[in-house]
Design a protein around this ligand. Structure first.
Ligand code: TXA
Ligand code: MG
Length: 337
């Protein structure tokens, strides 16, 4: 496996062009690449090569009927992958691509079943990361890429996380620095004539409704196979327990009595908490919190904590997606659904 460096989220330098070509070469040979995006790192393969796509599932140990997002270079490629693209999809693509929004549309003929999990829809997105866009431009085709973590584990937000999770299963890991957004893209289903939110993210319901001037239906169809919709997902090894600031001292006392090694993830540290309990700062704004959330959950595991008490942030705007991920990490299921 080659580790290839770049400056965080800046335009690729001349020497990085060679790195991009190495990634494109790996894709053309049916290999796997670690792909930096603005949300989380993806595990990319040529979306038109069934053997390459099969490799994604075995590297992640993910059930093969779970659909993948196809990453594109430009919105004009939509019609190669989707058919009957509604006006709302074009408006959203115009407003938010490149960016953290995935559109689920009716699939075009020829899109592999291995990519769609046999569904008659396909998920598409143009990511906003200069290295990802360079790879996509040079490759020319679609790159199928789920988050580059093992099934049910936390999505990676740095190249180091990708190497830790997947090691030699990846041929080339492009290092695009820490992911700017830090949580996975918003997914909206436009395949049925209405807008349905399948996964909250940095593009909020309000953003979608303001752009399309139509309401977003938050209902989740139970038939859609979305691993992001399983109750326990995005989970660290430490047990995540949600608590209000007021309840933290009681939780600390309870776990201390049981001999459980714990830490607290919250916006602020209260002076009453015992000094020996590690505090993991959550950040103060929603975007800072999203940027750091998965890193903090990984830190809890690196510290060998058995439990992480989490005080959830406000659930407004981007905070809604953060609370969704925290509820899942705690095994409580989704805010939606
Ligand atoms: O930010 C992201 O979206 C990242 C980066 C790498 O782009 N990717 C990502 O992929 O989070 P993944 O596979 O971890 O999550 C994609 C979600 C899954 O929950 C999958 O079930 C859902 O998208 N999905 C894919 N195709 C779908 C479809 N046709 N209908 C409904 N859900 C779909
Ligand atoms: Mg994932």
């Amino acid at each position: 496996m080659n580790a290839i460096n770049s400056n965080a989220n800046s335009a690729a330098t001349v020497s990085q062009r060679d790195d991009v070509l190495a990634a494109v070469d790996a894709l053309r040979r049916g290999g796997l690449i670690g792909l930096p995006t603005e949300t989380v790192y993806g595990l990319g393969a040529d979306a038109s090569n069934p053997e390459a796509v099969a490799r994604i599932f075995s590297a992640k140990r993910r059930p093969t009927n779970h659909p993948l997002i196809v990453h594109l270079h430009r919105k004009e490629q939509l019609t190669q992958w989707a058919h009957a693209v509604p006006a709302a999809a074009w408006r959203l693509a115009e407003a938010f691509w490149p960016g953290p929004l995935t559109l689920v549309l009716q699939r075009a003929p020829g899109v592999l079943d291995a990519v769609t999990g046999g569904l008659d829809t396909v998920a598409l997105r143009v990511p906003a990361h200069p290295l990802a866009l360079e790879v996509l431009a040079a490759f020319g085709g679609g790159i199928a890429a789920p988050s580059a973590n093992r099934h049910k584990k936390i999505s990676p937000t740095s190249a180091r996380h990708v190497r830790q999770e997947l090691g030699d299963a990846v041929d080339v890991v492009l290092d695009g620095g820490d992911c700017r957004v830090g949580i996975e893209s918003t997914i909206v289903d436009l395949s049925t004539g209405t807008m349905r939110l399948l996964r909250p993210g940095a593009i909020t319901t309000r953003d979608l409704e303001q752009t399309v001037a139509e309401p977003v239906d938050p209902a989740i169809s139970p038939v859609i196979r979305s691993p992001g919709r399983m109750p326990l997902h995005y989970a660290p090894d430490a047990s995540v327990v949600l608590a209000s600031m007021e309840d933290v001292p009681a939780k600390i006392a309870e776990y201390t009595a049981l001999g459980v090694r714990m830490g607290v993830l919250s916006e602020a540290r209260a002076s009453a908490w015992p000094d020996h309990i590690p505090w993991l700062p959550m950040g103060n704004t929603a975007s800072e919190q999203a940027h750091q959330l998965y890193r903090r959950l990984r830190e809890a595991d690196e510290m060998g904590l058995a439990a992480l008490i989490v005080v959830p942030p406000s659930d407004r705007g981007l905070g809604y997606a953060l609370c969704d991920r925290l509820c899942r990490a705690a095994g409580l299921g989704a805010l939606l659904a």
